[in-house]
Design a protein around this ligand. Structure first.
Ligand code: ADP
Length: 455
């Protein structure tokens, strides 16, 4: 209570009444004059209060972003407290909005699709990924019925069926590939739809199934032949030469299974082991001379085989993998080159200081359309020739995998009937020269292997 102000008001009232009375006495109506003086002051006060309250209400209604009007007395207090409460509310609202925006940004940042539906299945919000999977426009399609936008019967049945314990697996409505869809209830009757692109997983599963069926087939064939021979040996009393012939064939089949299992183990090791070291150096010349000894023994003098003079190079990596990569190429050259043909191995660096190891043969060659698929597991241009020569169909898959693990690439250049050139190119960081040696001209005619997947 402001006593001074109260006293002043009483004083004004008394003075106004007295002044009214003085004027009233002169006019012979002293009481009326007093009342008139009093009511004039009261009316002026009421008008002033009305004007102040109106300013405050106008500010609250229209202009509350601006500072509150400067009002004296009680109205000033009211304006001050109203503005304080208003600003506190605004700050709380801004913080809540920022939290909400961050929340939506987090949903937006997930690699999976998120969509929120109200109880009647209208789209309340969805992130870009969900919109992309379903072919929606997040702004335009807001508040639309999802069943009008995504009409796939599988999805509609799943949504309306109400049984959402198991995820739904379906083809993506807008893209190729598969989606896994999960629906969760929240806030009593709202739904959250979560979408995950499982195309890669599905593809990997399909490839694994295909691989297992290939392996089973590859193993079943020699096993069937072997068990047939065993039955023959048990059932028939064969003479010695016939017996030896059958045992020879049995030996061939078991060797075929052995090579298959050993190639499968190499592949498994390539997939499961850490990347080859960059600081363990392998002497290329030593490696090439071991491979030369192996390949000369396999060829048995049927081919003219030329290995390079000492390269003086060392390669950084895993010796067993480099051996597999180069060895498979040279053995393939022997297997796919008729007797009397030439096999030439080159080793060195090119102008960009990459290491190049090339295996050139004058063999049967490969038609252009097969080249991009050669490194797929079990892909063979001529399956019977591959099997006859002891092939597993895994050799080039191993080569590509091993060389890619070293940061390099396999290049294939071949012409049907004229021979092939398979080259391995390793990055400069994995090559060092420890002694003088020859350089290999850049492989002008070789193109990088088209994107043949390594399965
Ligand atoms: P395989 O065990 O059948 O030789 P690879 O993966 O080593 O399996 O080779 C895949 C296919 O590529 C072979 O079946 C063969 O048709 C072809 N191929 C590989 N190397 C040569 C080559 N030097 N000359 C001709 N064809 C080749």
């Amino acid at each position: 209570m402001n006593w001074g102000r109260l006293f002043l008001r009483i004083l004004i009232l008394v003075t106004a009444t007295a002044a009214g009375e003085v004027i009233g006495v002169r006019l012979g109506v002293s009481v009326v004059g007093g009342l008139l003086g009093l009511s004039t002051v009261a009316t002026l006060w009421a008008l002033r209060e009305e004007w102040r309250s109106r300013r405050l209400i106008d500010w609250l209604k229209r202009d509350s972003d601006a500072p509150s009007p400067a009002l004296p007395g009680r109205w000033g207090d009211v304006a001050y407290h109203a503005e304080k409460a208003l600003r506190a509310r605004e700050r709380e609202l801004a913080a809540a909005l920022a939290d909400h925006a961050q929340f939506l940004q987090a949903f937006e940042a997930t690699p999976n699709g998120v969509m929120l539906l109200d109880a009647a299945h209208h789209v309340v919000w969805c992130n870009r990924v969900a919109a992309d999977h379903f072919g929606l426009d997040p702004d335009r399609d807001r508040l639309q019925l999802i069943t009008n936008l995504v009409r796939q019967p599988l999805f509609v049945d799943y949504l309306l069926g109400g049984e959402h314990d198991e995820p739904l697996l379906m083809g993506s409505p807008h893209h190729q590939g598969s989606l896994s869809i999960v629906i969760r209830r929240y806030a009593a009757d709202r739904l959250m739809v979560l979408l995950q692109d499982v195309s890669a997983r599905e593809q990997a599963d399909a490839m694994r199934r295909e691989f297992v069926s290939h392996v089973s087939h590859e193993i079943r064939t020699p096993l069937t032949v072997l068990s047939g021979f065993v039955e023959t040996l048990q059932a028939l009393d064969l003479d010695r030469s016939e017996r030896d012939r059958i045992l020879g064939l049995m030996r061939q089949q078991s060797q075929r299974m052995q090579s298959l299992v050993s190639d499968l183990l190499v592949l498994a090791r390539l997939e499961g082991s850490p990347r080859p070291p960059v600081d363990r150096w392998v002497d290329l010349d030593g490696l090439l001379s071991r491979i030369e000894a192996e390949v000369r023994s396999v060829s048995g003098g049927r081919h003219h085989i030329v290995f390079p003079p000492p390269t003086g190079l060392e390669l950084a990596g895993q010796e067993s993998e480099l051996h597999s990569a180069i060895g498979n190429l040279v053995l393939n050259a022997v297997r796919y080159t008729p007797e009397g043909g030439e096999i030439r191995v080159e080793g060195g660096t090119n102008r960009d200081a990459h290491a190049l190891i090339a295996v050139q043969d004058s063999g049967i060659g490969i038609a252009r359309e097969h080249i991009p698929r050669l490194t797929q597991r079990f892909y063979r241009v001529d399956p019977s020739r591959s099997r006859e020569t002891g092939g597993t169909g895994l050799g080039l898959a191993i080569v590509k995998h091993a060389i890619q693990r070293h940061g390099g690439e396999l290049l294939i250049d071949s012409e049907l009937g004229r021979g092939s050139r398979f080259s391995l190119r390793l990055p400069a960081a994995r090559v060092r020269r420890v002694a003088p040696g020859g350089d290999t001209p850049a492989l002008q005619s070789s193109a990088p292997l088209a994107d043949a997947p390594v399965h």
